[in-house]
Write a protein that binds this ligand. Structure first.
Ligand code: NAP
Length: 242
């Protein structure tokens, strides 16, 4: 089959590898945000499609049999575009969505809907580990009455002000390192999206052990698709279809 994977995640790379090995014609699409991205096997295209119309045109031009949304759970716009383009073209949409994290007994989580709500609920004097990525960064850094450690993979476009420290690193992160970071920085609050998966989950365990409060930003709503929660399940579903 001819399969277009919307990628940018470890799951998308795994899936491409598995589907290529099974003999499918696979193209992975990347947004082009990351310098020197890890490239999956199969064909790769980089950059936006130009909205729903562009993605629909690419599905038709490529005679795509399946569109797979394997993007990050918080890549909300491309996931909405995938739903609309699938509806417009009739190309079936399979979505891989990692299970969300859930609070362990004893964890102190506050659930919020948006980054601005998360920024607003930080108490004055909070020492914050911010792991929410580039989008909405300025909303947090407007809080000059808090101190921030901003953890990002890529260099941010905006200058980091004096009440924040930039920590550039790449997952996975282990529990001992997360405890050392939060303890060393005297972190009181962890702000995070509910990404799910194992690569960045240790921060939640570390926060619970240290009594750090977690501000958890809810996942976006994506729209209808055939949904699976793992690469294995996606391979099974596509094999049944083929
Ligand atoms: P987004 O807000 O949902 O997408 C914004 C626009 O970027 C889309 O409308 C689309 O442009 C383009 N785009 C996004 N993903 C694309 C893809 N895989 N292939 C081609 N174009 C894509 O997405 P985002 O949050 O900026 O994330 C961008 C990429 O980074 C995604 O591939 C995602 O898997 C990865 N990522 C995101 C996060 C996160 O926290 N958001 C974390 C890790 C990895 P057009 O409308 O022009 O097509």
């Amino acid at each position: 089959m001819n399969i277009l994977i919307l990628g940018g995640t470890a799951e998308a790379r795994d899936l491409a590898e598995r589907l290529v090995a099974l003999g499918h014609a696979v193209t992975t699409s990347l947004a082009g945000r990351t310098q020197a991205p890890l490239l999956p096997p199969g064909a790769v295209r980089i950059g936006g499609f130009g909205g729903v119309a562009g993605l629909a045109a690419a599905l038709r031009a490529g005679a795509v049999d399946w569109l797979v949304d394997a993007t990050h759970p918080y890549a909300g716009q491309i996931s909405l575009n995938a739903v609309a383009a699938s509806r417009e073209t009739g190309v079936p949409l399979l979505r891989i969505l990692r299970p969300a994290w859930t609070p362990a007994d004893g964890a102190n989580w506050t659930h919020v809907e948006t980054t601005s709500e998360a920024a607003a609920c930080l108490p004055p004097g909070a020492r914050v580990l911010l792991t929410t990525g580039h989008a909405g960064l300025e909303q947090f850094l407007e809080r000059r009455d808090c101190q921030f450690v901003v953890r990002l993979i890529e260099t941010p476009a905006m200058a980091i002000p004096a009440h924040a420290r930039l920590l550039q690193s790449r997952p996975p992160y282990g529990l001992a390192d997360e405890i050392a970071l939060m303890d060393g920085e005297r972190i009181t609050h962890l702000v995070t999206k509910n990404s799910g998966g194992g690569q960045t989950a240790a921060k939640l365990d570390a926060a619970m052990r240290l009594g750090v409060k977690v501000i958890m930003i809810a996942r976006p709503v994506y729209g209808p698709a055939i949904e699976v929660d793992s690469v294995d399940a996606a391979v099974t579903r596509l094999s049944e279809a083929g």
